[in-house]
Write a protein that binds this ligand. Structure first.
Ligand code: DGL
Length: 259
């Protein structure tokens, strides 16, 4: 089935996941939406996040997607159950947290999770820590400022915030850091520079494997030799162009406003 896979995020962050899905599944076409105009979602109410998410999902459904990837931790932790209820026929993959992998790979037993504030405070995340990181010492920090700075591609300000916000991880002596926000893999090298020797994990591979499993199971894998990549943004073209280029994704990029 050659219909596209739809991917949503509050902004450009989910491109970090889109590019890994393309590597895993090179025959699949992708439609991506970044709601950069309304980004960040991380400090909005659950109701507002869902209202905005639904607009993106409706747009993608109108494009006949065969599967929806929620490439955003904040949307996953607040809205995935409701999305599955409201779009019962559509397979939906949310962010697959890397906490389990982090707890398996840590040597010191000290793990960090770095996400947005909504994700850090969610029960979803707390339940995961409870379930997968038993016996580990977990430091769970939510950043208020990073996502909008990544959207603006303001690396000077990003480095300043990272120096401040990663300090507690350094002081706690973590050896493994799970990135709980899809924007953060876009600045992984900068995080790594501040935390040398710390194993930094993100969700892109786990999400891609999950997408592959569902497409196989539902027998809806694509056989296309010429997959297409269409990216839409509600914000500025310049920013999504920057990251698409960084990730070497050759896509048609268009600015839209959602009703
Ligand atoms: N990429 C989103 C995430 O994974 C950022 C959320 C936001 O807009 O605050 O959480």
């Amino acid at each position: 089935m050659n219909n596209p896979i739809g991917i949503i995020d509050s902004g450009v962050g989910g491109l970090s996941i889109a590019s890994t899905i393309v590597k895993f599944l090179p025959k699949e076409s992708i439609i991506y939406i970044a709601d950069s105009k309304n980004c960040p979602y991380g400090q909005k109410s659950k109701e507002e996040i869902y209202r905005l998410t639904q607009k993106m999902a409706d747009f993608l459904v109108s494009k006949d997607i065969k599967l929806l990837v929620v490439a955003c931790n904040t949307i996953t932790v607040t809205s995935i159950d409701k999305l599955r209820k409201d779009y019962p026929k559509l397979p939906i993959v949310g962010i697959v947290p890397v906490l389990k992998a982090a707890s398996e790979r840590t040597k010191s037993g000290k793990i960090g999770i770095f996400s947005t504030q909504v994700t850090a405070q969610s029960n979803y995340q707390k339940d995961l820590i409870e379930k997968f990181a038993k016996g580990c010492q977990v430091l769970n920090i939510g950043s208020a400022d990073l996502v909008p700075l990544i959207e603006k591609v303001d690396f000077e300000a990003i480095d300043k915030v990272l120096n401040e916000e990663l300090r507690p991880f350094k002081e706690a002596g973590i050896d493994t850091l799970a990135l709980g926000c899809s924007h953060f893999p876009l600045i992984k090298d900068r995080i790594q520079r501040i935390l040398p020797g710390v194993l930094v994990l993100d969700s892109a591979e786990a999400v891609s494997r999950q997408v592959q499993r569902i497409l196989k199971h539902n027998r809806i894998l694509s056989s296309s030799k010429k997959p297409s990549y269409n990216f839409y943004t509600t914000g500025d073209l310049e920013q999504i162009n920057y990251f698409a280029k960084e990730l070497t994704m050759n896509a048609r990029i268009e600015r839209i406003s959602l009703p």
